[in-house]
Design a protein around this ligand. Structure first.
Ligand SMILES: NC(=O)C1=CN([C@@H]2O[C@H](COP(=O)(O)OP(=O)(O)OC[C@H]3O[C@@H](n4cnc5c(N)ncnc54)[C@H](O)[C@@H]3O)[C@@H](O)[C@H]2O)C=CC1
Ligand SMILES: O=C(CO)COP(=O)(O)O
Length: 340
């Protein structure tokens, strides 16, 4: 199926590029908006991004563009793959052009002061738009290299979900739909924090028991938090919950995992982030999550432990000791407080 209008993808980083390629492979005409004219020109001439997804060819159906107003005006369906720190500022000046459009956030982060998720920011900016999110176990490089992959599009607007499924479904990419936008989006944002912890554990040579404990208790912690905020806990059993948590906590291809690994090797946070040179949302998410958990009095020992290491001068050994010696708890306590 080819649409008449081009589809816009905002953000020429790893994920924007990977999703643009999928759309183009499905016969869609894609405008990939990026702020950097030099990078756009480099893609136009070499069909490769000079910075992201090295070695991956950018499909001929993807047109790199730099005029945001024109890009927004020319598309009904717009995917947003900007870092969470940039999304509001990049789109606010164009609010008047977004009424009636279908805006789908691919960004997995939380805004610092407001604690808003990205689709809530899109709603603030463009209350007359149709809003959705896409989230799941979706490492950009694996998508670009055609690993069999599934994702979730979530929106209250069923037509938007069907539209996204129609343009993205393909030989190697399967798109499930959900009506729980908040839960799907929250899962994608929260798991980044636990991927940092998993990277640290990997660098320290911790075993598979440890990894499994970490992922399972992370799921419990995320779900406890989400339930308190009114989300449906069942969403966390899906691709955008436990699915994304598993991939991001298991793969050295995850940038959040890489930050954690560098920390586990003894590097400072600043060094770990600078060496990465790409977006790792988990560091900012950790700060806002810790503050929110305190405000709402939600028990999140993994979040508190990582925060103590990164921002409160505690050592890893001290935090591990405190976590393991914490008071006995029941399993699956986010569904029934007694666990049985
Ligand atoms: N890379 C991945 O595997 C996946 C990433 N995501 C999410 O997608 C979002 C973007 O991540 P990536 O593409 O991986 O990041 P990236 O670090 O690969 O690229 C970020 C892009 O945003 C651009 N950018 C930064 N600030 C900007 C601004 N103020 N205005 C315009 N453009 C700006 C950069 O120039 C770059 O092109 C993140 O929230 C991430 O969590 C979601 C799923 C998978
Ligand atoms: O969200 C992702 C996989 O689903 C990508 O994770 P990173 O941002 O840690 O690379």
């Amino acid at each position: 199926m080819t649409e008449q209008q081009p589809i816009a993808v905002l953000g020429g980083g790893s994920f924007g590029t990977a999703i643009s390629n999928l759309l183009a492979e499905n016969g869609q005409q894609v405008r990939l908006w990026m702020r950097d004219a030099e990078q756009a020109e480099a893609i136009r001439t070499t069909r490769e991004s000079p910075r992201y997804l090295k070695g991956v060819k950018v499909h001929a159906g993807v047109e790199p563009v730099t005029d945001l107003a024109e890009t927004l005006a020319g598309s009904e369906l717009i995917f947003v793959a900007l870092p969470s720190s940039a999304l509001r500022a990049a789109l606010q000046p164009y609010a008047g052009q977004l009424a009636g459009k279908r805006l789908v956030s691919l960004t997995k982060g939380i805004e610092a002061q407001s604690f808003k998720l990205m689709s809530q920011i899109l709603e603030d900016i463009a209350p007359q738009a149709h809003i959705g999110v896409l989230s799941g176990p979706n490492l950009a490089r694996e998508i670009a290299e055609h690993a069999l992959t599934a994702t979730v599009v979530a929106s209250e607007d069923e037509a938007l979900c069907r539209h996204v499924q129609a343009v993205l479904h393909g030989r190697t990419f399967r798109v499930y739909a959900s009506g729980d936008r908040f839960g799907v989006e929250l899962g994608g944002a929260l798991k980044n924090v636990y991927a940092i912890i998993a990277g640290m554990a990997a660098a320290l040579g911790m075993g598979e028991n440890t990894k499994s404990m970490l992922i399972t208790r992370a799921l419990a912690e995320m779900t406890r938090f989400a339930v308190k905020l009114g989300a449906n806990p069942m969403t966390f059993l899906g691709l955008a919950g436990v699915g994304d948590l598993i991939v991001t906590c298991s793969s050295p291809k995850s940038r959040n995992f890489q930050v954690g690994f560098a920390l586990g090797e003894g590097r400072s946070l600043e060094e770990a982030v600078t060496r990465l040179g790409e977006t790792a949302e988990g560091v900012n998410t950790l700060k806002v999550l810790k503050a929110k958990a305190e405000e709402l009095q939600i028990y999140m020992p993994l979040v508190a432990g990582l925060h103590a290491i990164l921002f409160e001068g505690r050592t890893l050994a001290q935090v591990i000791e405190a976590l393991m010696r914490g008071e006995p708890k029941t399993d699956v306590d986010f569904i029934s407080p007694q666990g049985f």
